[in-house]
Design a binder for this molecule. Structure first.
Ligand SMILES: Nc1ncnc2c1ncn2[C@@H]1O[C@H](COP(=O)(O)OP(=O)(O)OP(=O)(O)O)[C@@H](O)[C@H]1O
Ligand SMILES: [Mg+2]
Length: 410
């Protein structure tokens, strides 16, 4: 969890302070209307919250409670019906604001015949990163998300977890200051999940702000500083997780194992104030995730045969450097929202009337250190996409970029 102590170790970015409000939402309301302008769904209803720099903020709630609608308004992809939103002190539609946001949508939007490096290069060009920097970042990100072994394969062949990983890499290519992740750990194996969570924490320690939508409450509990819980478009609960989850009716004292006599004496003292049937003495249990990770760690230490996943939790070097708020491609997200590869895009979402986040796949991923590459990746042929299809994808991506950047195709 992001701690004040950890945050204080990080240098402040230009014109920011540890308590900077990155996102401010007041009275936010979104009513979807039907063809005749009649209210159809009140997706978000009078919501207020703030997210500060370096926080990991969880957006929770059942299906249809308004999380994605809120995120789309934060990204400037949907207009609110009422209320006020500021991101980095500006409207979410401000181009500089957009360039500082990374977004990992629930579904990836990728050119299926491009490989990992080409995919990241495409998005790096949207941000107008110089060629050398694009290459360097792509290398570091591919390594970080554990796809080195699969770098020459087409992303269209990737498993769900692998697509999530390249999506995360794509989301981080512009080194965003605010990272919005929609179900970042969905489809990832337990090691990948842990790494994504560690990456989120590492990013937050470096002063990045993370907003996380997830139905995986254990993951939320592991990384979030504060959460809001939606129901029916309204906030039902909000606060630091420690406050929301603390049971103030009980006290727990944890010590190393005690000699029997010491324990007897302690219980004797407690029984003076508390009825016998209210006292519980047991051994704390670890959660399944830490148990699983320990088993894998031991297996590695014993050099057991493995399908090849390796992990060292490294964060891409450029993400370890402190980010300047003014850096980066002014047109980024703007372009991203127009750059979605048409032929591979999933069916239009219910909000298709708004510019769809092209990149929806993107920005955030940075999450984790390198995660173990899934086994099939290592044994697959180097390039399996049919050459004409791959050529067509490259050509189309190049043309799209040229159109967006106003340059001749390269
Ligand atoms: N474009 C749209 N047109 C009409 N209604 C919409 C549109 N987009 C979302 N809604 C409605 O708004 C409400 C909130 O949807 P939203 O996608 O924000 O929920 P969510 O909390 O993200 O759910 P999930 O956990 O399933 O992703 C739902 O009732 C949904 O049907
Ligand atoms: Mg949603």
């Amino acid at each position: 969890m992001n701690t004040p102590q950890a945050a204080s170790l990080e240098p402040a970015t230009q014109a920011t302070t540890a308590s900077e409000v990155v996102v401010s939402v007041r009275g936010l309301t979104k009513v979807f209307k039907d063809f005749w302008g009649r209210p159809k769904a009140r997706a978000v209803d009078g919501v207020d919250f703030e997210v500060r720099r370096g926080e990991v903020f969880g957006l929770l709630g059942p299906n249809g409670s308004g999380k994605s609608t809120t995120v789309k308004m934060l990204l400037g992809l949907l207009h609110q019906t009422k209320g006020h939103i500021e991101v980095f002190g500006h409207s979410p539609r401000h181009v500089l604001t957009k360039s500082r946001i990374g977004y990992l949508p629930e579904e990836s939007y990728l050119y299926r015949y491009l490989n990992s490096g080409e995919t990241l290069d495409f998005f790096g060009r949207l941000f107008e990163l110089p060629a050398g920097e694009r290459r360097q970042r792509a290398e570091q990100l591919i390594e970080m998300v554990g796809l080195s072994q699969a770098r020459t394969r087409s992303v269209g062949e990737f498993s769900k977890g692998m697509q999530r990983r390249i999506g995360l890499a794509q989301a981080l290519i512009n080194d965003p200051d605010l990272i919005i992740l929609d179900e970042p750990t969905s489809g990832l194996d337990p090691i990948g999940c842990r790494e994504v969570k560690d990456l989120i924490l590492a990013l937050a320690r470096r002063g990045k702000t993370v907003i996380l939508c997830s139905h995986l409450l254990a993951d939320v509990e592991d990384v979030c500083d504060r959460v809001v819980i939606y129901y029916g478009g309204r906030i039902q609960a909000m606060g630091p997780l420690g406050d929301l989850l603390a049971n103030r009716e009980s006290v727990r004292i944890t010590t190393p194992a005690l000699p029997r006599e010491t324990l007897r004496q302690v219980l004797e003292v407690i029984r003076r104030d508390v009825a016998e049937d209210k006292i519980r003495v047991d051994n704390p249990t670890q959660n399944l995730e830490s148990y699983f990770l320990e088993v894998v760690r031991q297996a590695r230490a014993n050099a057991s045969a493995t399908s090849g996943a390796t992990s060292d939790n490294r964060v891409a070097a450029y993400l370890r450097a402190d980010a300047s708020p003014e850096k980066a491609g002014d047109k980024l997200l703007e372009r991203l929202t127009q750059a979605r590869p048409a032929e591979t895009a999933p069916a239009p979402s219910p909000v298709a009337s708004a510019p769809v986040p092209a990149l929806e796949t993107g920005r955030l991923a940075a999450l984790t250190g390198k995660s173990p590459a899934p086994a099939p990746v290592e044994t697959a042929p180097a390039v399996s996409a049919p050459a004409p299809a791959r050529e067509a994808d490259l050509k189309q991506a190049n043309e799209k970029l040229s159109a967006l950047l106003g340059k001749k195709p390269q």
